[in-house]
Design a protein around this ligand. Sequence first.
Ligand code: ATP
Ligand code: MG
Length: 366
Amino acid sequence: MLDVAESTKAVSRPTRGEALLELQELKAVSRPTQGEALLELRELKTIFAVGGKENCVVTGVSFSIAAGQTVALVGESGSGKSVTALSILRLFNRGDQVKLSGQALWRNRVGQVRDLLSLRPTDLQKIRGSEIGFVFQDPGASLNPVFTIGSQLRETLRLHQPEQDANQLAIQLLEDVGIADAQRRLKAYPHQLSGGMRQRVMLAITLACQPRLLIADEPTTALDVTIQAQMMSLLAELQSKYGMALLFITHDLGLVAQIADAVIVMYAGQIVEHGTVAQVIEQPQHPYTRALLACRPVRHYRDDGPDDRVMKPIEGRPPEVVGLLQGCRFAPRCQYQQEACHDHSIALQTIAEAQSVRCDRWRELS
Ligand SMILES: Nc1ncnc2c1ncn2[C@@H]1O[C@H](COP(=O)(O)OP(=O)(O)OP(=O)(O)O)[C@@H](O)[C@H]1O
Ligand SMILES: [Mg+2]
């Protein structure tokens, strides 16, 4: 029987501060030159039909990612982050009734641009894993329960790096993602590992394919903060080594500030703000982005007593069905709403180089 408590120990653990410092240094040397887009989403729309009713959960999402760039996708639960990511590779369950429109233009290794949304399934299959890796939000569902993690890792390695010693590489990859006693862990079945370990194993399997873009859907939520920082610094290292781009979905705005080049904020299936980290985190323009930043669980101490800053949760809930909504989708919860916000749809406006915001009142509120 494997000892789960022991297995959560890292191979060698820097403190969170050290790891984040290392991460920032790595990011500094690996900042991408803003070249051609590796992936360009154009007006992506994803509609699910459930019980005869259609629900458009992603509505006209457009953004691009360049080689080596890290783009963070943030927003409340249910805002459409995972569906946006899954739509790129058409990773839906068999029973799902999904309609996709728009384009997801992918520049392959030989420079050809292909629309992933209209590619034949066999051609798309070749891109999944080898060119675009995906770490799912639920790591348990991605590992096969009847095979050891060693055999699952080795199988992937034999496919993608056949000339290498699969066993040795598997051990190396597990060590890279912070799993102690890697040789022994190779014999473990998924159910014998903790949730955080399964998440790291999934990341190791995905990295084994050396993808050019890694889509990571909340890959660090089940990890403790030191391992989380180690994982992020591992990702940054791989980015600088292989020029890997990263689409990172997270609720952790602190992490966004540390790792991302660009930030996309989603609300009710739409992008409401898009810009560089400095623009979005330090000078947010959309009331929703500001509200999200204000409900971060931060606690500061002052010399003269406890801090009076408190977390300010956003009142109300996001809409369940967005198709019938007119006007700004955030207006019902926005403290700055006016009548005009409700009567016409609001466009995403470019307000500065690389920055756009979906609010007609941004200028007077800034
Ligand atoms: N297979 C599906 N069939 C029907 N509706 C779905 C399906 N998957 C997701 N949805 C709906 O799409 C919307 C967006 O879901 P999504 O999983 O993208 O949210 P999210 O932003 O990733 O949230 P979280 O932060 O909780 O992961 C939700 O309203 C959800 O109920
Ligand atoms: Mg999600």
